[in-house]
Design a protein around this ligand. Structure first.
Ligand SMILES: Nc1ncnc2c1ncn2[C@@H]1O[C@H](COP(=O)(O)OP(=O)(O)OP(=O)(O)O)[C@@H](O)[C@H]1O
Ligand SMILES: [Mg+2]
Length: 447
């Protein structure tokens, strides 16, 4: 497929396999699913871009669950790999948004692409569209997806369509079920569809060799989903009660009677984790911000944490943490304390009761709510190394792969200890729950 963006510019894109199907399908609900790096996002973005170019006055929406993640991933691909020439030549321009209109890309033929996150739905959901593309759509709820469907009323294109791209998630995910039940059509995207990573004869390109090495290094359920493309559930998931629809929230508004806490798991090759927790008047915990980053010194992490806790002029942002519970590394703790001007407390490290404390907080209580939540946008900064390696970026992404270790010879499946892998945020979360529920007070249990 070729577009002449300016007389001298020719942009080439050759979609293969499922990516090619994206350009032919007119199903009102279309899903392109597959392992990491098969070209799903690129195909959908090209589909939207070419429709916008070829059909004057048509309207599109590119959406993710959160606006922040859209800007750091999907839109980068759109600007670098899809619309680069059109942006350079002025055929497409960026519009920063107004009080009434969502930001997005404006085409010289009158077509418009709005962009946004479903965490801030007002402007994007007040307009009408011909095609909506939701990237990483497993993050969406079914309500999000159905709400998007109601916006497909522009009627300027011969068909209206909502398109989702995603990696496989757990087998009972609503997207998978919707496709299985015929409500949406699923295209299966494979690595052989991506010419950047695989030659037509099925051998990997030089770039592909590098990329597949990273996928080969994955383990557990992440490997099954991101390398093998399977809708798989983790065997022996420790926090079985975890449900993104229940435990992830869009916003937290600490008020009177709330307390702030911190939890730290040190790491350098593995991520360093700092969790900024709030506790409401009823004792529910909310993870509001999270530093989750590799290969930085503690003093550099401390700088980031300082910006969470203090304004530029040194005044605290609201309340300072009442306690910060940290891993036991004496030197790292001393550095952190010196840089933050705050003391830390040694975390309660014993694993089994700490896990139970988290588990009981995750249970939904008679009031309909659990006792622990994570804010969707909690991650302060994405670590490009973790992203390139398809590793979890933040505690919420660890949880579905946080599993019990199966010891050789243990056929009874006794749950003894967690597999020590991608557990850094889960450890910090455990310290936090242990500090509130197990240490120095009568043990509180919600049954
Ligand atoms: N047909 C193609 N021609 C050239 N490059 C491609 C093609 N398809 C994909 N790529 C390149 O391969 C890389 C991965 O593509 P993309 O980001 O679209 O994959 P994805 O399936 O959305 O990955 P993820 O599962 O991580 O979201 C990008 O650098 C992209 O530009
Ligand atoms: Mg993608």
């Amino acid at each position: 497929m070729t577009t002449a963006a300016a007389e001298t510019t020719v942009v080439r894109y050759e979609p293969r396999g499922a990516a090619h199907e994206v350009f032919k399908a007119r199903d009102s609900e279309l899903v392109i699913a597959g392992p990491a790096g098969t070209g799903k996002s690129l195909a959908c973005l090209w589909r939207v871009h070419l429709c916008a170019l070829n059909n004057p006055g048509t309207r599109y929406l590119i959406v993710r669950k959160t606006a922040v993640s859209l800007g750091s991933t999907t839109l980068v691909t759109y600007e670098e790999k899809v619309a680069k020439a059109a942006l350079a030549s002025g055929i497409v321009t960026w519009f920063g948004g107004s009080t009434r209109e969502a930001p997005g890309y404006r085409y010289s033929n009158g077509s418009k692409i709005n962009v946004g996150g479903l965490d801030k739905p007002e402007k994007i959901m007040s307009a009408e569209y011909d095609i909506v593309f939701a990237d990483e759509a497993t993050e969406l709820t079914i309500d999000d997806w159905e709400a998007i469907g109601t916006r497909l009323r522009n009627g300027m294109l011969a068909w209206q369509q909502q398109i989702a791209a995603c990696n496989p998630s757990y087998p009972k995910h609503w997207i998978k079920q919707r496709c299985d039940q015929g409500g949406a059509r699923m295209l299966i995207s494979r690595h052989r569809d991506n010419p950047a990573y695989m030659n037509a004869d099925g051998t990997p390109t030089a770039k592909g060799v590098d990329y597949f090495k990273k996928l080969d290094a994955l383990t557990g359920v992440r490997r099954l989903r991101l390398r093998d493309g399977k809708w798989a559930a983790a065997e022996g998931q420790i926090f079985e009660a975890w449900d993104e629809g229940i435990h992830l929230v869009d916003e937290i508004t600490p008020g009177p009677g709330w307390s702030r806490w911190g939890a730290v798991d040190f790491g350098y090759t593995n991520p360093f984790v700092y969790q900024d927790w709030w506790e409401d008047g009823d004792g529910r915990l909310y993870l509001n911000h999270e530093v989750y980053f590799t290969r930085r010194l503690v003093e550099d992490h401390a700088e980031r944490i300082r910006t969470l806790l203090y304004h530029d002029n040194g005044q605290p942002r609201g309340q300072l943490p009442r306690g910060i519970y940290a891993d036991h590394d004496a030197e790292d703790r001393a550095t952190l304390e010196r840089k933050l001007g705050l003391s830390t407390k040694p975390a309660h490290k014993s694993v089994s009761d700490g896990i139970q404390a988290v588990q009981s907080r995750l249970k939904v209580q008679p009031d309909g709510r659990p006792r622990l939540f994570i804010r969707r946008g909690a991650l302060v900064e994405r670590d490009p190394e973790l992203e390139a390696a398809s590793l979890p970026m933040g505690t919420a992404e660890e949880i579905t792969g946080y599993v019990w270790a199966v010891k050789p010879g243990n056929k009874g499946g006794l749950k003894e200890e967690p597999l020590k892998e991608n557990d850094h945020g889960c450890d910090a979360m455990r310290y936090m729950c242990a500090a509130r529920d197990l240490v120095g007070r009568t043990r509180v249990r919600w049954l």
